[in-house]
Ligand binder design. Structure first.
Ligand code: UDP
Ligand code: MG
Length: 325
C-alpha cells in the first residue's frame, strides 16, 4: 500500500504565464477530476516568469496540497519550454499537458486515461469546435494547421494543440530531444508509437486574456513549419526558374519589337512595378533562408531551453539537480 501511494501514476503539467486570475479555479477543477480516479497523481505548475501574482498563488496552493509541485523559471522562456520543463520533472506513468485557462476541460483527461489504459501511448485532444474565440484566431489557426499538414513530411493531425496525454516512454523521449525551437505537438507525431485522439469542445478562456500575442503565435507557427519541412527552401528555386523563363520570353518579344518592327515601347511605370515586385520576392526568399539559418544558429549555441530558479514540493536532492539546470 505504501509503495502504491508513492508510485505516481499521473502527472498533470500546467504551464503558467500571468494566470493569477484563473489559477485557483483551475487547481480546483483539475484536483476534482484527478481525485475521482482514486489513483496517485501530481500536478506540476510551471511558472514561466509571470509578472503578476501567479507565483504567490501557486506557492500558497503548494503549501496546502503536497501533490502540487511548482517550478519557477528565471524569466519568460515560452509555453513550449514550460511544457518541456514540466515533462522533465514529472514522475507519472502517464503525463498530461493542459492549459491553465480551462479552455481544455479537465474532465476530458478521464477519457484520455481510458484510452491510455486500452494501450495507446499518445492520446491527443482534437478540437471539434472552438467556442468564444475571435474569428481571426479560429480562421488563421484553421488555415495554418492545414497548411502545415501539406508542408510537413510527417502526419501532424489538424486542429490539435498541446492538450494531450503521453505515456512515460514518450515523455522521456520528448525530453531527451535536444532541439531548441520546439513545436511539441509536431514532435509527438514524429516520435510515433500507438496514437489516438479524443474530441472535445474548446471553451472560451475562463478568465484573463490570451498570453499568445500575434508575435508569439507567428513564432510558434514558423517553428512548426521549419521543424518539420524544408519545402519552403525550394521556393526561391521554383521562383527563380519561373522568372528566368518569363524573362527569356519577354526579352525576345521586346528585341523583336525593337529590331524588326521599330516599336520601342518603354513604360516606366511598368518597369517600376515589376522591379518592386521582384525585390519583394527576392527579400521573401532571403527571409525564408534566414528563418532556417537563425534556427541553425540557435541550435549551435546549445543554450539550455530554460533556467529554473526555484522549485517547491520537490525534495532537496532533486532541487539541487534542477538548479544546475
Ligand atoms: N503560456 C506560457 N508561456 C507563455 C505564453 C503562454 O506558459 O509565454 C501558457 C499560458 O499560461 C497557458 C498556455 O500557455 O496555460 C496557453 O496560453 P493561452 O491560453 O494564453 O493561449 P491561447 O489559448 O490564447 O492560444
Ligand atoms: Mg488559452
Amino acid at each position: 500500500m505504501v509503495n502504491s501511494m508513492n508510485n505516481i501514476i499521473y502527472s498533470i503539467i500546467v504551464p503558467l504565464y500571468n494566470e493569477a486570475a484563473v489559477l485557483s479555479a483551475t487547481y480546483t477543477r483539475i484536483k476534482e477530476v484527478m481525485d475521482s480516479t482514486k489513483e496517485n497523481y501530481e500536478i506540476i505548475f510551471v511558472n514561466d516568469g509571470s509578472e503578476d501574482n501567479t507565483r504567490n498563488i501557486a506557492e500558497a496552493i503548494c503549501k496546502i496540497d503536497i501533490k502540487i509541485k511548482l517550478l519557477n523559471f528565471s524569466r519568460n522562456f515560452g509555453h513550449q519550454a514550460a511544457i518541456t520543463a514540466g515533462m522533465a520533472h514529472s514522475k507519472g506513468s502517464a503525463v498530461v499537458v493542459i492549459d491553465a485557462d480551462l479552455q481544455d476541460p479537465p474532465e476530458v483527461i478521464l477519457e484520455m486515461i481510458k484510452k491510455w489504459k486500452e494501450g495507446y501511448q499518445v492520446v491527443y485532444g482534437k478540437r471539434a469546435k472552438r467556442e468564444n474565440e475571435t474569428f481571426f484566431k479560429a480562421f488563421t489557426a484553421g488555415i495554418y494547421y492545414r497548411f502545415l499538414s501539406c508542408m510537413a513530411s510527417i502526419d501532424i493531425p489538424v486542429d490539435t494543440g498541446d492538450f494531450r496525454l503521453v505515456d512515460r516512454i514518450v515523455c522521456d523521449i520528448l525530453t531527451a530531444l535536444p532541439e531548441k525551437n520546439r513545436y511539441i505537438r509536431g514532435l509527438v507525431s514524429w516520435v510515433g508509437f500507438k496514437q489516438t485522439s479524443v474530441e472535445y469542445i474548446r471553451k472560451g478562456r475562463f478568465a484573463g486574456e490570451s498570453k499568445y500575442p500575434l508575435r508569439k503565435m507567428i513564432k510558434l507557427a514558423l517553428d512548426g513549419i521549419t521543424s518539420f519541412s524544408t519545402k519552403p527552401l525550394m521556393f526561391p528555386c521554383y521562383l527563380g526558374t519561373i522568372l528566368f523563363f518569363i524573362g527569356m520570353i519577354s526579352s525576345t518579344v521586346i528585341a523583336v519589337n525593337n529590331l524588326f518592327l521599330g516599336n520601342p515601347a518603354v513604360n516606366l511605370n511598368l518597369i517600376l512595378s515589376i522591379t518592386i515586385l521582384l525585390f519583394g520576392l527576392l527579400f521573401c526568399s532571403i527571409g525564408i533562408m534566414g528563418q532556417y539559418l537563425g534556427r541553425v544558429f540557435d541550435e549551435s549555441k546549445d543554450r539550455p531551453l530554460y533556467i529554473l530558479n526555484e522549485s517547491t514540493n520537490y525534495n532537496t536532492k532533486e532541487k539541487n539537480k534542477e538548479l544546475s539546470i
